[in-house]
Design a protein around this ligand. Structure first.
Ligand SMILES: [Zn+2]
Length: 207
């Protein structure tokens, strides 16, 4: 594990603005030489399709078939969380199935994956694979790393993990990584980028 320079401290104190600023910063951070690794998934309808993103009824959901208009559609953005389960790779998963799991998407054998959301400082982990990295290997590494990050944070924080005052969000803790705003289950993988020059994977994490 190696740690690069700390990120600039955000000035905004209100969580929504801070969150927005953080996301925008992540989007601009991607190096010019990096290329995107597509992480597509096939949509399978589930309970979440009943409602729209605001929590209202989804007009494109048919309660008789239990399906919405996106059934079977290939989505650019994986339907679920970065802390996703192994089910995601099966032929049929309720929450949607990741596609082309075993395609080698990085030929290099030694890479780093950088994590910075929702962490106080960015942190990179090194990975080795003698045959290069498949899409599934990358996503699984990311998931496992996030699980470890959250576990280590819980073990090292002196601030009890709870809710941010006045919000539903997770409070900021002061452990090894300084997690704030989101529990592990909030996170999902929006975009994966690879920079061959530095052999580094960057990602955009939604929440
Ligand atoms: Zn659906």
């Amino acid at each position: 594990m190696s740690q690069s320079e700390p990120k600039v401290k955000l000035k905004a104190k209100t969580p929504p603005a801070e969150q927005l600023e953080h996301k925008l910063r992540l989007k601009t951070k991607r190096p010019a030489e990096a290329h995107m690794i597509p992480i597509k998934a096939q949509h399978h309808c589930n309970e979440a399709c009943r409602t729209d993103f605001k929590g209202g009824l989804n007009p494109d959901y048919d309660p008789i078939t239990g399906q919405c208009d996106r059934m079977g559609q290939i989505d650019d953005v994986p339907p679920h969380i970065a802390s996703s389960c192994d089910e995601m790779w099966k032929d049929y998963c309720e929450q949607g199935t990741f596609l082309d799991a075993n395609e080698i998407v990085i030929q290099d054998r030694d890479i780093q994956i950088e994590f910075d959301y929702p962490l106080k400082d960015r942190v990179s982990f090194s990975y080795h694979s003698p045959t290069g990295f498949t899409r599934k290997q990358l996503v699984d590494h990311i998931r496992t790393a996030y699980e470890n990050i959250y576990e280590l944070e819980a073990q090292t924080t002196t601030v009890p993990i709870g809710r941010m005052k006045g919000y539903c969000n997770r409070n900021e803790t002061n452990g090894l990584f300084g997690i704030s705003m989101h529990i592990l289950g909030d996170l999902y993988l929006e975009q994966l980028d690879y920079e061959p020059r530095t052999k580094k994977v960057f990602m955009l994490i939604g929440s």
